[in-house]
Design a protein around this ligand. Structure first.
Ligand SMILES: CC(C)(COP(=O)(O)OP(=O)(O)OC[C@H]1O[C@@H](n2cnc3c(N)ncnc32)[C@H](O)[C@@H]1OP(=O)(O)O)[C@@H](O)C(=O)NCCC(=O)NCCS
Length: 175
């Protein structure tokens, strides 16, 4: 299940982001101090109240155990485009949890559940070589954005994916 953050999540957030397996493909350093998790948690809560993005805590439905996080790091209200993010505790990898959670929030966001209104497009950036992340996006029908064609090659080590709102995708195909 996906829930809001609780103050006591700070310890689990530290466990998550102090694990080098989790941060292996991140451009942020692996956490060293619990203080860093406290700052991150404050930022996640602030983002939620400011309405500039949303990250949910993922928890086991039965036990409530913290599993990870997913959500939209930010969005642009004009283009109705949001940037997706997700990370899971390694003990839960490879069991379909992230795919399940991400497909639910994608549906929610295209359906108008976010405070910015129904999204038209979702973007995701993943470091080359992060096969689990690439597979997750491909499985959910995200398409590789052709940075070479557009000339938008700001970060060559990143793969840039996007998913259009299903109705809009239909319109583009018909046109
Ligand atoms: C990316 C991440 C969230 C995937 O979580 P997950 O719950 O293991 O993903 P799923 O079980 O839903 O699997 C998604 C796909 O990735 C594949 N996959 C999972 N782990 C893999 C691995 N280590 N290598 C290659 N493929 C892998 C699965 O087989 C599945 O593909 P399939 O549909 O073809 O079978 C998880 O690996 C993670 O938290 N990584 C660290 C943080 C991170 O890199 N986040 C992404 C930042 S862009």
């Amino acid at each position: 299940m996906l829930t809001a953050w609780r103050d006591e999540d700070v310890n689990d957030l530290f466990v998550l982001f102090s694990d080098p397996r989790v941060t292996r493909f991140y451009d942020i350093p692996t956490m060293q101090e619990p203080e860093q998790a406290a700052r991150l948690l404050a930022g996640l809560q602030q983002r939620f109240s400011a309405g500039t993005g949303i990250r949910w805590a993922m928890r086991d439905r039965d036990t409530g155990e913290f599993m990870g996080s997913c959500g939209f790091n930010c969005w642009d209200t004009q283009s109705r485009t949001a940037v997706l993010g997700y990370d899971l505790m390694p003990e839960f990898w490879g069991q379909g949890y992230a795919s399940e959670a991400v497909s639910r929030i994608v549906e929610f966001a295209f359906g108008g559940g976010l405070s910015c209104g129904p999204l038209m497009q979702i973007e995701a950036k993943t470091v080359r070589g992060n096969r689990a992340s690439e597979r997750l996006l491909e499985r959910l029908n995200f398409r590789l954005f052709d940075d070479m064609a557009t000339g938008a090659i700001e970060q060559p080590d990143l793969k840039h994916y996007r998913l259009l709102q299903p109705q809009r995708f239909g319109e583009l195909v018909l046109n």
